[in-house]
Design a protein around this ligand. Structure first.
Ligand code: HPA
Ligand code: MG
Length: 224
């Protein structure tokens, strides 16, 4: 894990500042069933893909030629995982180095509406003994306080992998974050609730390609 003290500019990924207004939603295509539900396109799909391609290269540079178990954290991480794995596969078949990969899925559940709840459930992680002695890459869509990641790491460490790295597409700048950051970060973003690219609001918006900011009316419409 990257130590906060020794963090370099590249470790933070692409930094999106607090005053970034995003792009007008009508400048891009998005499904009509979400019209009126979104304030702006925060990170366009193409930019996510370009950044993911580079993360795949960084992972290949660090871990190439060793077997890897990709631990995809569902549900939010499925799209990032899929695209990251595709990126690594592309590099593996186009260079002299390659990474044989296995993919495993676990599910964490802790959010209701746009608020984190105390009780975190890990599903599908009961027996991870196959991680013993392996290189493991945990793939998360979003890291905010870092508490979830810290808990998950502790759980995974219990199965004695040879090495654990973490890839997080988004890291949120939140007030009470613990010193637990992904090794590979796509974007550092302000403390705003975002949806799309498999990130949800009460299970909606996973079917949106861009990462967007919800509108107040969208929040009301899908509240439970
Ligand atoms: N969006 C969706 N899910 C999340 C977020 C977010 O901003 N933060 C933590 N889980
Ligand atoms: Mg969610």
């Amino acid at each position: 894990m990257a130590d906060v003290v020794s963090k370099t500019a590249l470790d933070c990924g692409i930094v999106i500042e607090d005053d970034w207004p995003g792009y007008n939603i009508d400048l891009f295509s998005s499904p009509t069933h979400y019209s009126g539900d979104l304030d702006c396109v925060y990170i366009p799909h193409g930019v996510i893909m370009d950044r993911t391609e580079r993360l795949a290269r960084n992972i290949m540079d660090d871990l190439g030629d060793h077997d890897l178990v990709v631990l995809c954290v569902l549900k939010g991480g499925y799209q990032f995982s899929a695209d990251l794995v595709e990126g690594i596969k592309t590099l593996s078949r186009n260079s002299n180095r390659s990474i044989p990969m296995r993919v495993h899925f676990i599910r964490l559940k802790s959010y209701l509406n746009d608020q984190s709840t105390e009780d975190l459930q890990i599903i599908g992680a009961e027996d991870l003994s196959f991680l013993n002695g392996k290189n493991v890459l945990i793939v998360e869509a979003i890291v905010d306080t870092g508490n979830t990641l810290k808990m998950l790491l502790k759980h995974v460490e219990g199965f004695r992998p040879k090495m654990i790295k973490v890839a997080g597409l988004l890291v949120k700048r939140v007030p009470h974050s613990v010193a637990c950051l992904p090794d590979y970060v796509g974007f550092e973003i302000p403390n705003r609730f975002v949806v799309g690219y498999a990130l949800d609001y009460n299970e909606y918006f996973r079917d949106l390609d861009h990462i967007c900011v919800l509108s107040e009316s969208g929040k009301m419409k899908y509240k439970i």
